[in-house]
Design a protein around this ligand. Structure first.
Ligand SMILES: Cc1ncc(COP(=O)(O)O)c(C=O)c1O
Length: 391
């Protein structure tokens, strides 16, 4: 079955973070500009997902629900089918999205002032949530080799003080779109074992991977790490359901799960019924839609990467995963204020500033290419024009 990702859907005036706050955040008008920042897509989800919401509205009663068994089975089925990962129903604890899950894990496995390790640059909310919880951030800079990010565990070892309790990992990596290999995951797990760290593997981008790259579930790559591993999963990126604020923490370890449950209970964390129904439907029936989406995004990626790489001094990191194109302006010789001005004021494109992703991100901008193809072509033309004097 084919799905049409080229349909024009106007999101302005829908309380969309991406389109309705771009003027205030980036000074880019939603009428004449292009929103390429926050990580959601401009597409509708699989039709069955919207149908389940329609049916719920027709039924019309929106009371408490008493049972998430079908949701658990849908998660289990998806992970088995798509990732060859065999999850048990009692391994799953639900949260109001993965940022909420990260906050719960930080409180479950560390105390104020404890250290939390992240690989930088990384999804900006990691640092924000760690700071908001009063924990110390240890930034381990990723190293660029052959145009891709690599972890430097030897260097990280020299940074440790003994106060570190958690390593918060992003797999696949945002930004940079890096898919981590089995050997890298094994080395990371051994590092966590050696330094007695709880490993939180945020795998929210696990489905948005471009062949021939393949996501390896950390729990599969290193089964004997299960006593210190919590994996975070959701449909919110895969099926564009970020507004549902739904996500799950998965761990095979009873002791870790009890700690998570205690914190979740302390916050009265429960589940959003409509979001749960949408998520369950997506996981049960969304395979063909996702396969079609990945073909579409792969072509958007090709057009965008090829287009920006033609600009002198501008280099897109080649994405194995995610729809978040990580573009380096370092070799233009411009200070960040200048390339940001050209992108926002001249090209009228709202893109995330690299510095917000931490050390190593300063010369980058992150462009979200999960939009209709015509906008990707338009964005490339605008960027080439805005930097035409460099040719
Ligand atoms: C790595 C990562 N984790 C979590 C999130 C956000 O998760 P949620 O919307 O469920 O809080 C994002 C969003 O971009 C992300 O990139």
């Amino acid at each position: 079955m084919d799905f049409d990702f080229d349909v024009v859907i106007n999101r302005v005036g829908t309380q969309s973070s991406k389109w309705d706050t771009m003027q205030a955040k980036y000074g880019v008008s939603p009428e004449t500009g292009i929103a390429m920042w926050v990580a959601d897509m401009d597409f509708t989800p699989p039709p069955a997902v919207n149908e389940v919401v329609r049916q719920a509205a027709i039924h019309g009663v929106h009371g408490y629900f008493g049972d998430d068994a079908d949701y658990r089975q849908a998660l289990i089925g998806w992970m088995q089918r798509r990732h060859n990962w065999h999850v048990q129903p009692n391994w799953i604890t639900n949260a109001h999205g993965l940022c909420n899950a990260i906050g719960i894990c930080l409180q479950a496995f560390s105390a104020p002032d404890d250290g939390v390790i992240i690989f930088s640059p990384v999804y900006h909310a990691f640092a924000r949530i760690i700071k908001a919880n009063g924990r110390q951030i240890i930034e381990s800079p990723l190293v660029v080799r052959d145009g891709r990010y690599h972890m430097d565990l030897d260097h990280l070892e020299t940074q440790l003080t003994g106060n570190e309790k958690i390593l918060l990992f992003c797999s696949p990596h945002n930004p940079g779109g890096r898919v981590w290999g089995k050997q890298e995951l094994t080395a990371l797990a051994a590092f966590c074992d050696k330094h007695d760290l709880i490993l939180i593997s945020d795998e929210v981008h696990n489905d948005l991977v471009f062949a021939p790259a393949k996501h390896t579930v950390l729990a599969n790559a290193v089964p004997d790490i299960s006593h210190r591993l919590v994996t975070l999963v959701a449909t919110t990126k895969t099926f564009n359901l970020a507004g549902t604020m739904i996500g799950s923490m998965v761990t095979a370890d009873d002791h870790l799960r009890q700690k998570i449950s205690r914190v979740a209970a302390a916050y009265g964390t429960s589940f959003n019924r409509l979001g749960m129904m949408m998520t369950e439907t997506a996981w049960r029936t969304g395979d063909a839609w996702l396969d079609s989406l990945l073909v579409y995004l792969a072509e958007n990626r090709r057009i965008f990467e090829d287009g920006v790489n033609q600009i002198a001094g501008v280099t897109a990191m080649s994405l194995d995963a995610t729809y978040l194109c990580w573009v380096d302006f370092k070799d233009t010789g411009m200070i960040s204020e200048e390339f940001i001005r050209r992108v926002q004021s001249d090209a009228e494109i709202a893109a995330n500033h690299g510095a917000s992703f931490g050390t190593g991100g300063e010369s980058f901008l992150r462009f979200n290419i999960a939009c209709r193809r015509a906008l990707v072509h338009d964005a490339v033309a605008r960027l080439q024009q805005a930097f035409a004097d460099l040719q």
